[in-house]
Design a protein around this ligand. Structure first.
Ligand code: GLU
Ligand code: ZN
Length: 319
């Protein structure tokens, strides 16, 4: 399969093989949930004889914790999860994101938004729309012009602007998840015109992840199911930008005792990888979440041996 990457400035290597990735945000060290995503994506790549790339998603700089990236690298290596190729850092990709934004602007599907968070919730309240806590706010389109023209992206007025993507009406996205099967989302009803560049000038995760997956010619996105609801947005962007669509595989989440998702916000504890014994212990816990049974259990097993056995045993259909 030849990937259509001709619209990228630096075309990625033409790939006829599997290219997977792990894309942690350096907002803290790896926790049990992120190790499941790392291990699952690594095993899937290795099982398929593919490449496993590491991308540090440090695009949201205010949320990044100094040193967390180095700690993540150390933890991955302690667990024997070695990556291929050079590590990719989103903070150094501003130009490629800007080019993608400009491309969307020429397609006349971008418009500036001046709404504050508060203004959006006031508008929604006035419309009688309640947004449950922890749920995404569906942008009511307050700033969307009746007809969208090309904007001058370079002209930054004193007022801070965010740039939103104007969705076409009836924007229903369908895709197959390898584990979860057929998925669909109506972006108009469930998301609304979403932000690609924030009013502080930072590009958003949705834009950055799509541009980087294409630049790195990623064929398989294996990640936690908490990201499932972003996939339709990402597919819509891929289609607008003429990028190929990777295969998606969303892995189950690790929940805490209260049944809540582990995250840095809920102060998920970091995994312990100070020595090989601890690291193997963490890998074994992660493997249980991935439905892997009957792996070498002894104390004398090396991480390399264990990972080899896990690669042989890997089958996402038995998660
Ligand atoms: N950086 C995202 C996170 O840590 C993951 C992005 C992805 O895998 O698409 O949640
Ligand atoms: Zn607005």
């Amino acid at each position: 399969m030849i990937l259509a990457v001709s619209n990228l400035k630096n075309p990625s290597p033409l790939s006829d093989g599997y290219r997977g990735r792990f894309a942690p945000s350096p907002t803290g060290p790896l926790h049990a949930g992120s190790l499941v995503a790392a291990l699952g994506s690594w095993l899937d790549a290795r099982k398929n004889g593919g490449k496993w790339l590491l991308r540090i998603e440090d695009v949201d700089t205010p949320r990044c914790v100094p040193g967390a990236d180095q700690e993540i690298l150390r933890q991955l290596l302690a667990c024997g999860l070695q990556w291929d190729e050079k590590i990719s850092w989103q903070s150094s990709h501003q130009e490629r994101y800007q080019r993608a934004l400009e491309r969307l602007n020429t397609l006349k599907c971008l418009y500036p938004c001046t709404c504050s968070r508060q203004a959006i919730s006031n508008t929604l309240a006035a419309l009688g729309i309640e947004t449950p806590r922890n749920q995404e706010v569906i942008y009511p389109g307050s700033c969307r012009p009746a007809s969208i023209l090309m904007n001058d992206l370079g002209n930054t007025p004193s007022q801070k602007l965010a740039w939103r993507l104007a969705l076409p009406t009836g924007c229903q996205v369908e895709f197959e998840d390898l584990r979860l099967g057929h998925q669909q989302q109506n972006l108009n009803d469930q998301v609304g015109d979403f932000v690609l560049c924030r009013n502080d000038g930072l590009f958003t995760y949705q834009l950055a992840v799509v541009v980087d997956d294409a630049e790195q010619a990623i064929t398989h996105v294996v990640r936690g199911v908490d990201l499932l609801s972003n996939t339709a947005r990402q597919i819509h962007l891929q289609e607008l930008l003429g990028y190929p669509r990777p295969q998606y595989l969303h892995l189950p989440l690790v929940l805490d005792e209260q049944g809540e998702k582990l995250s840095k916000q809920t102060l998920a504890t970091t995994i312990h990888t100070q020595d090989a014994k601890q690291a193997l212990q963490e890998l074994r816990k992660a493997a249980l979440h991935l439905g892997l049974r009957n792996l070498p259990a002894g104390d004398t097993t090396s991480i390399a041996e264990w990972l080899l056995a896990a690669t042989h045993a890997w089958d996402y259909r038995s998660i």
